[in-house]
Design a protein around this ligand. Structure first.
Ligand SMILES: Cc1cc2nc3c(=O)[nH]c(=O)nc-3n(C[C@H](O)[C@H](O)[C@H](O)COP(=O)(O)OP(=O)(O)OC[C@H]3O[C@@H](n4cnc5c(N)ncnc54)[C@H](O)[C@@H]3O)c2cc1C
Length: 596
């Protein structure tokens, strides 16, 4: 029988969102105790790898209004405007709070917080800590969380199922990776902070742990997944590994050129570039800082025109930062130099860096409201696994770090309130569910009757996703992907594990992850099939224009016994009516009026 432990609140995930939520609980109601479950040691969560920075209005000449408008326009009007407003208003406070907890934000010579330009942002507002922003943020949150004795950590425990009883989420079942023990970890409220799911694609900047488990758990418990069709490609990944070259490289003035040495973005509609010569000027913005979806699409066009370099690791173009000079590179983006040297063997001080589009961020996720609550009472979600939505059809770079702070804190406070108002219910029923899950995991581990290897099913799933719903999609490619996924689901039933051991059985966790990845992929493909328009990162060659009449709506994918059921919900529009997606010009005018 599975052992049972009880907490007031259980948080799944020890990344930025999970830690922020835990601190919010501890600060709001110090008497509540928190169990924090993470499949990796918290400092290994993907937040650690964020390089570029976190957006928040702080400088004279910038305004909340401008950040809101950039975010809405960047989202191609699919973001909920009330959510964006709440986010933009609370982001500076959260970033300042991190400063007070010890985050070493980079500084201007006068001692004020430095900001850098970022894609799709009409003005400089991205706070950074050199180019290891995520590392410093995560470290700050982690060390702050250590102050609170009532946060109990379950490091290297894998959550595999939500416990739902009396129509409420009341805990999880988790597997301890070190021992193979399966335990029911009960809580009056549960917060999912499990991060994104780039790993359902073959070529991604995302760490191997980003398999989307939390989405799968919520989906299986009946919660819809929202706007899953929107997959962000980042325009500058290193060929082969998919390692990210941060947008800060372009923010600092890096340019993209094709194999003819042509700065090809000038042939594409990316808004009015404004290159004032000095990247530190608050209005500096080049075409390289257009929105990520447009830059990635431009790459595909260049490829079709035969203007890119072809290589065994895939086609690429050049990101040139040589003109910035060694001093600036070492001071502002030292990690870019380190990565380029270590992973492609070139020194960007002297040579351009080969780059290509790479799957980077998922706009979609678990459907939540502004307080991070899901439709399942007692279940909350925040961070990349959630969709509030502030990102709509395309996230602006540097918005997701502040997002996880703002909504992580909201989730913590919301879950704390909920836990105080709702006593635990029948423990016997929860124990029984935990036993059922323990048996399922035992069966997975013991399973050697089948013939299918999880590694090959996973590779085939990733290949189906890339060819079916990459940067450009059509009904035919999406249908082909849907069929492949249905076959993979069948193949998964006859999977076989060679490793039957209890300790650190990575084949077993790989199987548990893959089981959920198949579901998530299916929700994504079917959401994409139903969206017969092109918007932001969702580009349908068979429906090339945005269709506000039919699709100014969120997609909601519900799990059924057959294919997912897709419903739609209106986008919340408050003060910014849908318009063509031009960014920058209006802001420049506004900024000029303000005399900056
Ligand atoms: C290379 C890279 C660079 C980026 N740069 C930037 C940037 O400069 N600016 C910006 O705004 N955004 C950036 N992003 C995006 C941003 O970093 C992420 O969206 C954000 O950090 C996600 O945080 P999170 O807390 O939601 O999830 P994560 O940090 O991914 O944490 C997820 C947590 O969930 C746990 N978990 C998952 N599944 C389970 C399970 N089954 N059981 C138990 N625990 C589980 C993991 O152990 C982990 O602790 C970048 C992303 C990448 C990949």
């Amino acid at each position: 029988m599975a052992e049972i432990t009880q907490h007031d609140i259980v948080i799944i995930g020890g990344g930025g969102a999970g830690l922020r939520a835990a601190i919010a609980v501890a600060e709001t109601y110090p008497d509540l105790d928190v169990g924090m479950v993470s499949k990796v040691y918290p400092m290994r969560s993907h937040t650690v790898s964020a390089e570029g920075g976190a957006a928040g209005v702080i400088k004279p000449g910038d305004s909340l209004e401008d950040h809101i408008r950039d975010t809405i326009s960047g989202s191609d009007w699919l973001a909920d405007q009330d959510a964006v407003e709440a986010f933009v208003r609370e982001a500076p406070r959260e970033l300042t709070q991190l400063e007070h907890w010890g985050c070493p934000w980079s500084r201007e010579p006068d001692g004020s917080v430095a900001v850098r330009p970022f894609g799709g942002m009409g003005i400089q507002r991205t706070w950074f800590a050199a180019d290891k922003t995520g590392f410093h943020m995560l470290h700050t949150l982690f060390q702050t969380s250590l102050k609170y004795a009532r946060i109990t950590r379950y490091d290297e425990w894998f959550a595999s199922r939500l416990l739902v009883e009396d129509g409420r989420c009341q805990g999880v079942v988790a597997l301890e990776l070190r021992t193979g023990e399966v335990r029911g970890i009960l809580g009056k409220a549960v917060i999912l902070c499990t991060g994104g799911f780039g790993r359902i694609f073959p070529f991604t900047t995302n760490a191997a742990i980003k398999t989307g488990d939390g989405l799968g758990l919520a989906y299986r418990a009946g919660v819809p997944l929202k706007d899953m069709e929107f997959v962000q490609y980042h325009p500058t990944g290193l060929p082969g590994t998919g390692i990210l070259i941060t947008e800060a490289a372009r923010g600092e003035g890096g340019i993209l050129v094709n194999k003819h040495g042509d700065r090809y973005l000038r042939h594409y509609d990316l808004g009015e570039p404004l290159d004032l010569g000095d990247p530190r000027h608050p209005l500096f913005r080049t075409m390289e800082l257009g929105p990520r979806d447009r830059l990635s699409q431009a790459f595909v066009h260049e490829q079709e025109l035969g203007n890119v370099f072809e290589a065994p690791d895939g086609a690429y173009v050049h990101l040139d930062i040589r003109h910035l000079g060694e001093k600036t590179i070492d001071q502002k983006i030292p990690f870019v130099r380190e990565l380029a040297k270590n992973y492609v063997g070139i020194d960007p001080v002297h040579q351009p860096i080969p780059v290509r589009p790479v799957v980077h961020y998922m706009m979609g996720g678990i459907d939540t409201d502004l307080e991070a609550a899901t439709s399942l009472p007692g279940l909350f979600a925040a961070g990349e696994c959630a969709c509030v939505s502030i990102n709509g059809a395309n996230r602006l770079g540097s918005n997701s770090l502040p997002e996880l702070l703002v909504f992580g804190a909201r989730a913590g406070r919301g879950a704390a309130e909920w836990a105080r108002e709702h006593p635990e219910s029948s423990r016997a029923a929860l124990e029984q569910q935990a036993d059922v899950e323990e048996a399922r995991i035992r069966d997975f581990r013991g399973g050697d009757g089948g013939t299918e290897r999880i590694a090959s099913i996973r590779a085939d799933l990733q290949a189906a996703m890339e060819s079916g719903c990459g940067i450009y999609r059509t009904e035919a490619t999406l249908r082909a992907a849907a069929e492949s996924i249905a076959e993979l689901r069948e193949r998964f039933r006859s999977m076989r594990l060679d490793d039957h051991s209890l300790a650190f059985n990575t084949e077993l966790t790989g199987a548990l992850e893959l089981d959920l990845m198949i579901e998530i992929a299916e929700a994504l493909v079917h959401s994409a099939l139903q969206r017969e328009e092109s918007r932001g990162s969702h580009q349908r060659l068979d429906f090339p224009t945005r269709d506000d009449e039919r699709f100014l709506k969120h997609s909601l994918a519900y799990r059924t016994e057959g294919v997912p059921r897709i419903e739609h919900r209106d986008v919340v529009i408050t003060r910014w009516p849908p318009a063509e997606r031009v960014y920058g010009r209006a802001h420049e005018a506004g900024a000029a009026e303000r005399g900056t």
